[in-house]
Design a protein around this ligand. Structure first.
Ligand SMILES: [Fe+2]
Length: 245
């Protein structure tokens, strides 16, 4: 994820005066830059914050997923960016000496932080590999899909079936321990990823991703999603992963 800026980059952005904490609906393809008023300490030595990446123009002119859907979807993503930064800011003053498993500031903030950051990361994968021509991947990714699922069509059928069954997300991910690809199901952006696996494709199955275009027909939306995948973007993610030898 390249949009997590360190303190130095943040200071540069802030100096440009790009200040916004609201959920803004403008600046989609022109380069939306969001910045908080101050740098953030997370409670560890790490200091970072999130910035919204603009949508690619090609994702606003797709066949089957409308511009309206994408523009509204982008607003939700901006909300996750803003809330991630807001929670990180609140953690700066949360007292770790008052931790409590029933209720405590640190519990609530760290719980909801996973939902907020999940909303950032999952949407960045999703937006990044939309706006393509569909079809099939090539190279190592196609070979490994065929090896793990039997065929590309079997993988696609499994993705669609998992997408119908999910309440939030489906991820095609590489498990570094087993060296295999699998379509994981999530009921929200912070459930149910597994450790030591890397998502290379994300299918958003929340209603906001398709209701404007397809009402309750999620299957038709998943078909449209498949027609608009930019496989080169997925291949780029997959090729960057060190594989189990
Ligand atoms: Fe979404």
């Amino acid at each position: 994820m390249s949009n997590y800026t360190g303190r130095r980059d943040f200071m540069k952005t802030s100096a440009l005066g790009a200040l916004s904490l609201g959920v803004a609906g403008s600046g989609l393809a022109a380069g939306s830059s969001l910045a908080a008023e101050s740098s953030i300490t997370t409670g560890s030595n790490l200091e970072y914050r999130f910035e919204a990446k603009p949508l690619k123009e090609s994702t606003l002119t797709m066949d089957g997923i409308s511009r309206k859907t994408m523009e509204e979807h982008f607003k939700l993503y901006q909300g996750y960016v803003n809330k991630s930064n807001e929670i990180l800011g609140l953690l700066k003053t949360a007292d770790p000496g008052k931790g409590n498993q029933i209720y405590s500031d640190i519990r609530v903030l760290k719980h909801e932080l996973t939902f907020a950051i999940g909303g950032v990361k999952n949407h960045e994968i999703y937006f990044d590999h939309l706006g393509g021509k569909g079809g099939r991947p090539e190279g190592q990714l196609l070979a490994d899909i065929e090896e793990n699922f039997g065929s590309f069509d079997a993988w696609a059928a499994d993705l669609k079936g998992t997408g119908i069954a999910a309440r939030g997300w489906v991820w095609l991910a590489y498990d570094h321990d087993t060296g295999t690809l699998f379509n994981y199901l999530g009921d929200a952006q912070n459930t149910f990823p597994v450790w030591n696996a890397t998502a290379i494709l994300a299918l958003d199955t929340y209603e906001h991703a398709y209701f404007i275009d397809y009402a309750v027909n999620r299957g038709a939306y998943i078909d449209a999603f498949m027609k608009n995948i930019d496989w080169a973007a997925v291949e780029k993610r997959y090729d960057a992963i060190p594989k189990k030898s």
